[in-house]
Design a protein around this ligand. Sequence first.
Ligand SMILES: [Zn+2]
Length: 107
Amino acid sequence: MATNVTYVRWRRDEPREGRVFPALSESHSAYDADCWLCGKPLGNGSQVQLLAIGPEDEADRIKHHEGRWYSALAILLHAACVQGAEPEPEPGTGTEGVVSMFVPGDD
Ligand SMILES: [Zn+2]
């Protein structure tokens, strides 16, 4: 089962964008999953990047609000799509907007 959802060590004051990884190999679990930003397969030869989303359960939600480290839900996307999602670094736009698209009601 292809999945682009995983977990990363994160706290809310850290950047949501994780490190950029090289193009996925066919054996990677996310190879056949689609990028949520462009809809194309993650395994299309592009570099990929993890984007932290936020807490998945109540215990982590508390840690999130207290600004502590926890295991946050994260999605794998094309690195170019993550970077393309914030052409202008204005508050309330770019990646934050993308994240709120996926996770309504957090914060
Ligand atoms: Zn993409």
